[in-house]
Design a binder for this molecule. Structure first.
Ligand code: ATR
Length: 480
């Protein structure tokens, strides 16, 4: 077989076949396709003759159909499936060839796989791909890691299929080995926070004002014309407008209120805990889904006492407050997400350009939003920004939103409406800006029961108070 394809895709399920069709639709690409069981390949061939795919029945035939350096994107079931395909491809590929994992791998697995594949001389690239089925077909946001060498070949191919935002393709070489999958994980974590914040805004308006889902849909449509303009606000308006065909009720009222998850939010929080980065907005979003999915506990607690919900006075003013609180909380969620990226980059030695990450999230992916331009600008102005929320633009946002944010959070607490993401974001904000934190007392407690020592504000050194003795302070060595 002549080697005529410049790119191949392994895995012809929904994501793989859509990505292959996207590749085939771009000028200059000829696409080889392979699936473990041939039926899926045949189905894709039959349905899309226009793509002029080059099908392969086995891995050897697939490798033979690819021009060098051979480049293949794996889109199979994450985990064992990915490992099986990598093993098979390394058998038939040669040094200099490129294997791309486009699945949702945990970045630690990508680091491991990259190291193992590199031994064979083959390049391994873990690439986060966001945008779901439609993104894969029409243009996703792509977050590739891997070597600089692989980016030379892969860059133009990925640029050809990525979403375009303001004239620029939504793909950049994020960093080496697992950097791409790491950033994709943080993207998903931010997505969790964003969705939870929007859900809390909906709940506040619904329970606070009694407005119907259709009316709230109109509010979100209006919000989508301003600073909050984003894909998630747009689809929220669509979901709230939907009427259930069988009951005539708003669809949101007949959907079981137990949120599922595929785990990437949990990965983000686990990773952030390991890195010591407070991603409280994301964590609360994950916990809110966990709480929703505990029907027995919720039923048992349904009669616990709560306040009588006072009606909101000025409805329009309240809705505007909720909008501002949502905006402020969203800034915090992104600021925390970027903190996690900075910490990950430091830990794993990745040279990640934060502004570029915000740029490639402007199109194709689930968190695409107008607001991301402001993040790019903030990092362009100051690449060493220590916390996104301290950039001048966001300081202004905080100045214009914080009063409303406080009213909403305190009102929600008084009314018994749960706003874990709004509230924890505000607490984080106040903690971050506090002159003194009660962490000093925690250090005192730690020294009391565990002789863990403390530092002083007025002199260098490490100190311990002899709590069980005469309570004098001694200078301690740093061994605790
Ligand atoms: P979807 O895109 O629908 O979410 P998925 O469940 O993530 O798909 O992955 C399904 C794909 O992984 C299929 O193409 C499957 O191949 P089969 O059609 O032969 O089942 C592929 N897959 C799963 N395990 C695999 C393995 N060990 N080796 C090769 N391909 C595998």
């Amino acid at each position: 077989m002549a080697a005529e394809a410049n790119i191949g895709v392994v895995g012809m399920a929904v994501m793989g076949s859509n990505l292959a069709r996207n590749l085939a639709s771009r000028e200059g690409n000829t696409v080889a396709i392979f699936n473990r069981s041939y039926e899926k390949t045949q189905t894709v061939l039959d349905a899309h003759p226009e793509a002029k795919f080059i099908p392969a029945k086995d891995y050897a035939e697939f490798a033979a159909s690819l021009s060098k350096p051979r480049t293949a994107i794996i889109m199979v079931q994450a985990g064992k499936g990915t490992d099986a395909v990598i093993d098979a491809l390394t058998e038939v590929f040669e040094p200099g060839d490129i294997i791309v994992d486009g699945g949702n791998a945990l970045f630690g697995d990508t680091i491991r796989r990259e190291k193992a594949v590199r031994e064979t001389g083959i390049n391994f690239v873990g690439a986060g791909i966001s945008g779901g089925e439609e993104g894969a077909l029409l243009g996703p946001s792509i977050m590739p890691g891997g070597s600089d060498e692989s980016w030379v070949t892969l860059g133009p191919i990925l640029k050809s299929i990525a979403a375009v935002a303001e004239g620029e393709p939504c793909v950049t070489h994020v960093g080496h080995d697992g950097a791409g999958h790491f950033v994709k994980m943080i993207h998903n974590g931010i997505e969790y926070a964003d969705m939870q914040l929007i859900a809390e805004a909906y709940d506040l308006i619904r329970r606070g004002t009694g407005k119907t889902p259709t009316e709230i849909s109109d509010i979100f449509t209006e919000w989508n014309k301003g600073e909050l303009e984003s894909y998630l606000i747009e689809i929220t308006a669509e979901v709230l407008k939907q009427v259930d065909a069988s009951t005539g009720a708003p669809l949101v009222d007949v959907i079981l209120d137990q949120a599922g998850s595929k785990g990437t939010g949990v990965w983000t929080v686990q990773t952030a805990l390991d890195l010591g980065i407070p991603v409280s907005g994301i964590a609360e979003a994950v916990f809110a889904r966990s709480l929703s999915s505990k029907p027995a506990q919720r039923a048992a607690a349904a009669e616990l006492p709560g306040p009588s919900s006072p009606a909101v006075g000025d409805v329009d003013a309240f809705i505007e407050d909720v909008r501002l609180a949502l905006y402020a909380s969203k800034v915090i969620a992104y600021s925390q997400g970027f903190d996690a990226i900075v910490a990950g980059a430091e830990q794993y030695n990745w040279n990640i350009q934060k502004g570029e990450i915000a740029k490639i999230w402007r199109g194709g992916c689930i968190i695409r939003a107008r607001f991301l331009n402001r993040i790019t600008e903030a990092y362009a102005e100051n690449p060493g920004l220590v916390a996104l929320v301290t950039a001048p633009f966001f300081v202004d946002v905080m100045a214009s939103t914080q009063d409303a944010w406080r009213r909403v959070v305190s009102g929600a607490a008084q009314s018994g409406i749960p706003t874990p993401a709004f509230s924890s974001s505000l607490a984080y904000y106040d903690g971050l800006r506090a002159d003194r934190l009660p962490a000093a007392l925690v250090q005192g407690q730690r020294d009391f029961f565990g002789a863990h020592t403390y530092k002083r504000v007025d002199k260098d050194g490490t100190f311990h108070t002899l709590w069980s003795g005469d309570r004098t302070e001694i200078e301690a060595t740093d061994t605790h």
